[in-house]
Design a protein around this ligand. Sequence first.
Ligand code: WQD
Length: 338
Amino acid sequence: MKILVTGGLGFIGSHTVVELQNEGFEVVIIDDCSNSSEKVLDGIKAITGKLPLFEKIDLKEKNKVEDFFKRHDDVQGVIHFAASKAVGESVEKPLLYYENNIGTLVYLLKELAEKDTANFIFSSSCTVYGQADVMPITENAPVKPAESPYGNTKQIGEEIISETCRVTPSLKAIALRYFNPMGAHPSTEIGELPIGVPQNLVPFITQTGVGMREELSVFGDDYPTEDGTCVRDYIYVVDLAKAHVQALKRLLEGKNADSYEVFNLGTGKGSSVLEVINSFERVSGEKLNYKIVDRRAGDITEAYADTTKANQVLGWKAQYTLDEAMKSAWDWERKIRG
Ligand code: WQD
């Protein structure tokens, strides 16, 4: 059975391709390589022994998308990762984000709506909740006005999919709202490859650990949390990848309760920035060089998932601990910095 993975050379996409191949699916990747490298294909093959099909396509080119689906009319499911995802950049370049994250989604859905049956998994984010009022966060928590164009594209994307599924009997979809993905495949053949200075905490920590960065700036320790630093739900990328396969199977096997469903993907456990630093120091045996600085604009205080629905309805539960995920991130960082 052939599955299209858009953005399949990216961080979460590549790990999901591995898990799909492990489950016997044939995978075709579309990626424009704007934030990834074709070398990731070698890493995937090194893990599974199978080279996925790959086409370098910019999904903003409508005719290329149409042509792809003419040539691959046997695609049974689509997992859609391809999108721009830098919160800060989205504030500076909103139109780039609306064109790349929304325009491409519309082109994909138009092709899927033409098929006899289509199964669509959408990469969404806990960012749609903003600062939720109640912890842990369930899927019924209100979606709040987005704090960035990036977050808005996730909210709008979910609405577009939901409205399209409602009027397209042949289309079924699941939106997966990620909390904070981290880590790398245990083989160290694939992992996170941030371009330039990492925005996210974990790659900045590991780059500081290998000496690429002078020191980590901790953005504020005056939040209303136990140790004053922000709390997030850090989920191991391999756990996250397995959830995508579980969601795809749910649709392929017709187990979905509605034509459009939403699941939070987290561990259900919140960790503060200082706790993440402590995790790094435990698994690396090294002291991390960091300093406390002012808060970062736009940061929320706390977010961690209520995993009941994912556990009981999707039948998926995160298996790895923060330390295990951090160890994989550290092993990967040392591998790529040789
Ligand atoms: C985590 C915590 C920072 C860097 C973002 C996106 C979200 C999703 C995940 C895509 C925060 C602190 C960070 C640093 C720090 N991405 N931090 N020093 O902001 O929770 O979520 O990535 O879907 O949409 O918004 O993740 O890793 O940037 O920050 O102190 O150098 O680490 O303040 O508390 P975030 P993050």
